[in-house]
Design a protein around this ligand. Structure first.
Ligand SMILES: C[S@@+](CC[C@H](N)C(=O)[O-])C[C@H]1O[C@@H](n2cnc3c(N)ncnc32)[C@H](O)[C@@H]1O
Length: 286
């Protein structure tokens, strides 16, 4: 029989002033907005991590996160708990079709390698899908297409999984059958699939915070995919990020956002792509 002291402690409510302090910290460091209705999610995520560390008070944990090198390491662990990393292969068929048409146009006049960027790539399903589409277009046109996919995310554990490139069957449910045949192999672990090494070789994973884009050397992109990331940001931040991403496109390049990520905003240097199913912008030629 378990003694009562073995029962997990209940989640302590986050005091109002602490909630505000955490909201501020997450906004400053991640750009992520935690609205009142997500307060309980924040309480739960913090408490679970605090229990692992044997910390009882929210303010104590907050102080620990903001101090020195150990704070930086702990921050990485927390990011993994509080960001939503849900993703899957070929998640948005309409967006992928738009990208495919763009590559088909580009391949006819390709004079230099095609550069694709998956922003907020999570565990890698999105960038691998994009690489498969580019490889498929090249094959269809019987052309050698030099291309590379840069994939960035703030979560180091997510990037580690992405580099492993092994996925359970359920992540592949939306992948067209011909892609599975061409680009996936059964993995050693039962019910899992491995991305073909030729596709892996096209993808480069690296840590990047959308808020520190000024430090990133990435530019001259043909296609930027940024889906299901901006929804967690405040409206002003979204506008800033979208305009920063457009700056990273080459003239005529495409920025593809998630359908739900409505940006009622002045977007400079780009025009909205006329496609009802996908929210996308094309960088102006001048
Ligand atoms: C829901 S996933 C989206 C994955 C993929 N783009 C998709 O649509 O399937 C959101 C990803 O954004 C990442 N993220 C959140 N805040 C970020 C930031 N400030 N900079 C970079 N990535 C961030 C999270 O770590 C997470 O992996």
């Amino acid at each position: 029989m378990h003694s009562s002291s073995w029962r997990p402690k209940p989640i302590a409510p986050l005091p109002d002033d602490e909630f505000v302090a955490w909201q501020r910290l997450l906004d400053e460091r991640l750009g992520i907005e935690v609205p009142a209705h997500r307060r309980h999610f924040l309480e739960t995520s913090l408490t679970l991590r605090m229990r692992e560390l044997g910390i009882d008070h929210y303010h104590e944990y907050r102080q620990r996160l903001t101090k020195g090198v150990s704070g930086v390491v702990e921050w990485m662990a927390l990011i993994d708990r509080i960001t939503v990393q849900e993703t899957r292969f070929f998640r948005d068929a309409d967006a992928i079709q738009l990208m495919r048409e763009h590559i088909e146009r580009r391949i006819r006049s390709a004079t230099r390698p095609l550069a694709i960027w998956s922003v907020g790539c999570s565990t890698g399903e999105e960038p691998y899908s994009l690489a498969m589409v580019a490889a498929d277009v090249a094959e269809q046109f019987g052309k050698r297409l030099a291309f590379g996919v840069t994939a960035t995310d703030i979560s180091t554990p997510a990037l580690l999984k992405a580099r492993e490139a092994t996925y359970p069957e359920r992540k592949l449910l939306e992948m067209p059958a011909n892609y599975r045949e061409q680009f996936m192999l059964p993995a050693e672990q039962e019910g899992h699939w491995q991305v073909l090494s030729e596709v892996q070789a096209r993808c480069c994973f690296t840590r990047g915070n959308l808020l520190d884009m000024g430090d990133s050397p990435l530019s001259g992109m043909d296609i930027i995919f940024c889906q299901n990331v901006l929804i967690y940001f405040r409206k002003n931040r979204r506008i800033e990020i979208v305009n920063n991403l457009i700056d990273r496109l080459r003239p005529g390049g495409l920025l593809i956002l998630g359908a739900g990520e409505v940006i009622e905003t002045p977007v400079y240097r780009a025009e909205r792509v006329d496609d009802k199913r996908v929210l996308a912008y094309r960088r102006r030629m001048i």
